[in-house]
Design a protein around this ligand. Sequence first.
Ligand code: BYC
Length: 476
Amino acid sequence: MAGVDYLERIPNNVNLRDDRRLLRALEEWQPRFLDWWKEMGPEGFQANEVYLRTAVSVDRDGWAQFGYVKMPEYRWGIFLAEPEADRRIAFGDHLGKPAWPEVPGEYRGVLRRLIVTQGDTEPASVEQQRHLGRTCPSLYDLRNLFQVNVEEGRHLWAMVYLLHAYFGRDGREEAEALLQRRSGDGDKPRILGAFNERTPDWLSFFMFCFFTDRDGKYQLASLQESGFDPLSRTCRFMLTEEAHHMFVGEMGVGRIVQKTCELMRQHRTDDVRRHGGIDLATVQRYINFHYSVSLDLFGSEVSTNAANAFTMGLKGRFEETKKDDDHRLVDATYPALCLEGDRVVTRELPALTALNERLRDDYIADCQRGVDRWNRTIKEQGIDVELRLPHRGFHRAIGSFGEARISPDGRVITEAEWDARRREWLPTPEDAQFVATLMRPAVEPGRFAGWIAPPARGINGLPLDHEYVRLTRKET
Ligand code: BYC
């Protein structure tokens, strides 16, 4: 095992016991984290045993151990991937120099901002999802929700460790503030837009895991390239956990689509609402919403922040080390879709300032692969409908498209057309009300709500009717 110390109050593989000052600071933060978890984490179920996986090693194989845990007793801790011997900075002005074990003084502010922005999303998502347990479609799904939640909690720990260990007093203050902001709060909202939206039902939850957690994958993959080695190592390990969250999203939506298609065939109708299913038109509107707010998370098409973070060696591109260019991009260009008057055109932008757009392109291609798999499910059922990602300019708030109205098929449209058609394109209050009527808990082992198909297999080789969350004990 790669040295995770579980005997300590804070499990870790960073020799915390040898740094008394840091240990004390984190031990002071720990009860405040637990207070936040109890106040803002999953509502109810805190006294129930949940079949969770816990990290016991950062090795590629077998880092996870499965067992029943009450969520407040989950072993949140600090796990960094193993250091790479003689790791070098792979891009920007410091290309080829040894990776930094400490924060370079001149980049302190920029680096802290990146870490705080990343850290802020983690508790935000737990807050957004806190009421979902009450309406779970099965014990299997309930357990997956809680697994995602505790791991987002651990990702908060990962960023808080960096703030405490490397940013002194400012870092400690930022770590406090991460527990003070609240998703959707008018006075102290979370930093990024999508993390202040509501996740009121399980369709939204699965969409969030598919689209918004996938932004996490691409942002973490870019931060994993960082010249600041502790950030790189922590992101490398976080990415192994992130994969499960996207799996939950893709399978969740896929299982809804599967069930919808079964109902369409059985009743020979598209209107499966009458039969307790979620019609594909509604699924499409939820895709349109969650995809567009997640696209905003990549920032503007042209960004000097992104250019600076790259040039400074703090945030690279997705799979930076696999690219065979000069990794400096000073003279390079990158084609990007932009709004010019009332037309959407492709322009060659300076590659450095177009880094957000490039990452968004990687993300879009990845989303498309998932949508293709959902469409295969539909086709296998002999149904002639295709789910689609809307145009990247649709329903955007950040970047040049934020200034115009774009239809899902990429036309610049008038405000009047937008008003007339937005109900076709985005979830309506009636959609949300309908979906809410389906949200009735299915909590008997092996039972699944009528709007979602069971998964192909259970967790860790266990059967589908396993009691993944023990509800025998009274909820708190
Ligand atoms: N909402 O230069 P620009 C995850 C601000 S998800 C509100 O275009 P930049 C997870 C921006 O801050 C991954 N504000 O943007 C998923 C800037 O403000 P200032 C989270 C926004 O800096 C599910 C201004 O607009 N990680 O892990 O190039 C569950 C101009 O912006 C938004 C990260 O995001 C927005 N959507 O890029 C749990 C990585 N977008 O400077 C977890 C760290 C932009 O004018 N963050 N703004 O005050 C970053 O790399 C960058 O900050 C961003 C923005 C990519 C977010």
